[in-house]
Design a protein around this ligand. Sequence first.
Ligand code: NAD
Ligand code: UFG
Length: 338
Amino acid sequence: MNILLTGGAGYIGSHTAVVLVEAAHRVVLLDNLSNSRQEVLSNLERITGENIPFVKGDVRDTTLVRQVLEQHDIHAVIHFAGLKAVGESVQAPMDYYANNVQGTISLLQAMEDCGVRRLIFSSSATVYGIPQYLPIDEAHPTHPTNPYGRNKRHIEEMLGDIAGSDRTWRIVSLRYFNPVGAHDSGLIGEMPRGIPNNLMPYIVDVATGNLSHLSVFGNDYDTIDGTGVRDYIHVMDLAEGHRSALDYLDTRAPTMSLFNLGTGNGFSVLRMVQAFEAASGKKIPYRFAPRRPGDVAACYAKADKAAIELGWKATRTLEEMCASAWNYRSPSTKTKTP
Ligand code: NAD
Ligand code: UFG
């Protein structure tokens, strides 16, 4: 099937492209490269051996999206395109509403115009806000605590309204927990611009010597070792979740459904440091620092719904997550082969 990946040159989109091509789908990538690099495209071709059509453009350009849907005879869309930095969303909420909410409206308009009514949306565990119980299932109330999370919730509500208005839509919203790691080739992975906000890319920057040490935000949480606990999921497992969701859309999906994509396991910051040191052979110096505003002590998924209904489960270990993240960025991995 022909699948459009908005934001397909980004971290999760590029890994999903590999999985879908390997499953004999034809993918088309639409990305404005605001947070990704052109070189991802040649690396995707090296990995897959396929020439992957790429359109440089913005999802807010409804005319362009319509053209892409028609020209490539698109059957379904996976909508990754968006801005994703929580702190930045607090500083510049209008940019986030304009890009994330307006971008989705534009995409939906183009899809409706072209009669393409199959959509997978990249949502986030951040919609849940402060956990009221753990593990978090899909019925957990959604009280996001920042504009980025509210964007995701607004979009999910909008998708629910659209699905309710026309029963021919099939929409799946995937709430990702904490994606980390990279494709085994070391050719694609996570490469944030500037100083990373997230734990794993920060640790990798310490390992490469770009940053001197990790600040561990809080060591007095009510968790196993006092540091924050999250549900880290290998990006290739996450990518495979999209392949399962596509199958589901075409066979048995109701008009609108929501799934957590996580492992169901929580690991602390110190456990992550230890696992990364073991995988990389690098020492990660760290210092305890005050809690980061807005952080919660622990957040991990109940992943049973995806297992039962999508037939998907994360299988890769914490060691594989760390080893692949390091393989992607390690200066000693000079020759990368698909
Ligand atoms: P990413 O920034 O690597 O990828 C997003 C891509 O979208 C980038 O290549 C960027 O250039 C592109 N883009 C942004 N705005 C666009 C626009 N208006 N038009 C066209 N392209 C545009 O991020 P990612 O980690 O791959 O995240 C993908 C999606 O998953 C996002 O919607 C994000 O909110 C969501 N998500 C990510 C995480 C995470 O921790 N990485 C967690 C939960 C949810
Ligand atoms: N942490 C540190 N030091 C750092 C960075 C992070 O100690 O330099 C800690 C945090 O305090 C937290 C844990 O590492 O306890 C994970 O933090 P991340 O920033 O990697 O991830 P978050 O869980 O805060 O949020 C991420 C994305 C959100 C997404 C969410 C999904 O940033 O966009 O995962 O669960 F919604």
